[in-house]
Design a protein around this ligand. Structure first.
Ligand code: ADP
Ligand code: MG
Length: 238
């Protein structure tokens, strides 16, 4: 499962309204990209879904369950942070195992899940290294591994590749798409990069100052943009 529904979700910081009350449905298994210029509210929207921010008003449902106000740990989602959020003093194995140790799973189960995640992510031979002994792409895969072991109903990514160089970004883009293909789990991916949006998404949500300008497939947005903002944004890669 991994169906996520937003109903009139509004977020204000003090007097400043960042998300004006939006409706959105994300289907189970979809790869959804939130795209839009810096400051348009992409991270805020993702954090609202993750439960890292409270909604000012409106409802968030996951698989039909109202999770508005529920703690992040109760939502069954996994946020993938950028690779620099790894623990530098811990081995790859312990970085990936960390959420399972926090959840107090037994050693055998933890070992099995870490081994399987490492297999999927091609990290089997790197489990005893520290993050500092890995390439940027491998570090990003460890960060993803830490999410995979929790078997979430959806993965949430906030600009996971923005610190990588252009060549590596291209490789990781393919790896994340391949991972989605393998796992068939809902993924919500935030980026300000039109190329990432167009190449990775099943469904793109174009945001502009907290408003949804258009929701559609890459082909929809390219061939049938609803307005000039969408046309300009999709049509003009950085
Ligand atoms: P994006 O991820 O698209 O760059 P953000 O969601 O980070 O945009 O920010 C959207 C707007 O909300 C920005 O104007 C930002 O300054 C504001 N904002 C984000 N977080 C906070 C906060 N904790 N307090 C006040 N304003 C915030
Ligand atoms: Mg952001």
């Amino acid at each position: 499962m991994g169906n996520i529904t937003l109903r009139k979700v509004n977020k204000s910081f003090g007097a400043t309204q960042v998300i004006p009350g939006i409706d959105l449905n994300i289907e189970d298994g979809e790869f959804v990209v939130f795209v839009g210029p810096s400051g348009c509210g992409k991270s805020t929207l993702l954090r609202l879904i993750a439960g890292l921010e409270d909604t000012t008003s409106g409802r968030i449902e996951i698989d039909g369950r109202d999770v508005t106000g529920a703690a992040p740990a109760k939502r069954g989602l996994a946020m993938v942070f950028q690779s620099y959020a790894l623990y530098p003093h811990m081995s790859v194995r312990n970085n990936i195992a960390f959420p399972l140790k926090m959840a107090k799973l037994d050693h055998g189960t933890i070992d099995k899940k870490v081994t399987e995640a490492a297999r999927v992510l091609n990290l089997t031979n790197y489990l005893d290294r520290r993050p500092g002994q890995l390439s940027g792409g491998q570090r990003q895969r460890v960060a993803i591994g830490r999410a995979i072991v929790r078997e979430p109903s959806a993965f949430l990514f906030d600009e996971p590749l923005s610190n990588l160089d252009a060549a590596l970004r291209g490789t990781m883009r393919l790896e994340i798409s391949e991972l989605h293909h393998q796992l068939q789990t809902t993924m919500i991916y935030v980026t300000h990069d039109q190329v990432e949006a167009m190449t990775m998404a099943d469904k793109i949500v174009v945001l502009n100052a907290g408003n949804i300008e258009q929701v559609g497939s890459p082909l929809d947005l390219y061939h049938r943009p609803d307005n000039l903002f969408v046309a300009g944004f999709i049509g003009s890669p950085r």
